[in-house]
Design a binder for this molecule. Structure first.
Ligand SMILES: *Cc1c(COP(=O)(O)O)cnc(C)c1O
Length: 242
């Protein structure tokens, strides 16, 4: 069994190789280590090995682990990303815990977050989570067939227009989860579609959308080849989850 530090090195090498294939600078890709269901001790070990970004997917778990980790580190401080579905009644707890939210999957949660961010602070960076492959089990704005179905596009464009008016939020990009395929290569069209969606939004809104959050353990090299700026990797770093 490899150590956590060795697994992290392997992930960084894989990122560098994928960037080389795509003619990209590895500095454009941020590794977010998804530490859900893993103990704080694992997070501290990953920090010591040079990882600075961590993601959790449940508010209840984050409320325990984030303070636990923060009490034991000095500089550089970890940056916390929320990647899981947020229930409305939990939205209040999110801005004090997390610096970035990837899982804004409906207008209602964006409005709640906008109300909960302290206006004295910098706007909260958020991603709009989109469901490109149309899987029922996945959250996110429905963007299945957006390139061919005008109604899908119109509905989402209206949502984005409304979201752009919300104070205290900074829409920095799009996030998606690809379906699980035996052959990771099959995820490529999903990632390419997300990148194309960003271009289409850029053309119509005053948004720069610098980031694309896509790619997990099964498929992050492909996501990088298709333009990911953030990969969210759990199992390749922390091992399987129970
Ligand atoms: C769990 C999770 C990941 C990481 O998945 P792995 O397969 O462990 O790499 C990434 N993104 C989200 C939204 C997740 O819930």
């Amino acid at each position: 069994m490899k150590s956590l530090a060795e697994r992290i090195d392997t992930v960084y090498e894989t990122i560098t190789d994928a960037c080389a294939r795509a003619g990209r600078d590895p500095a454009e890709v941020t590794l977010v280590a998804v530490s859900k269901r893993k103990p704080s001790t694992d997070i501290l070990e990953a920090l010591a090995a040079g990882v600075q970004h961590f993601a959790e997917n449940r508010v209840e778990e984050a409320e325990i682990k984030i303070p636990e980790v923060m009490a034991q580190v000095s500089k550089p401080q970890p940056i916390w990303h929320m990647v899981g579905h947020i229930q409305s009644r939990k939205a209040k707890q999110v801005p004090p815990l997390f610096q970035v939210v990837h899982s804004v999957d409906r207008g209602k949660i964006a409005r709640k977050l906008s109300e909960e961010v302290d206006p004295e602070r910098a706007p909260l960076p958020i991603f709009l989570e989109v469901n490109i492959a149309g899987e029922d089990a996945k959250h996110g704005f429905d963007l299945q067939h957006w390139q061919t179905d005008e109604r899908v596009r119109t509905a989402f464009w209206q949502e984005v227009e409304a979201l752009c008016t919300l104070p205290n939020l900074d829409i920095i990009g799009l996030m998606t989860m690809a379906p699980f395929y035996e052959n990771a290569e099959d995820t490529r069209p999903v990632f390419a579609s997300l990148a194309a969606l960003r271009e289409a939004l850029r053309a119509d809104f005053a948004l720069t959308l610098p980031d694309l959050s896509m790619g997990m353990t099964n498929d992050y090299p492909i996501a990088i080849e298709e333009g990911a700026t953030i990969v969210r990797v759990g199992r390749a770093i922390f091992g399987p989850r129970d």
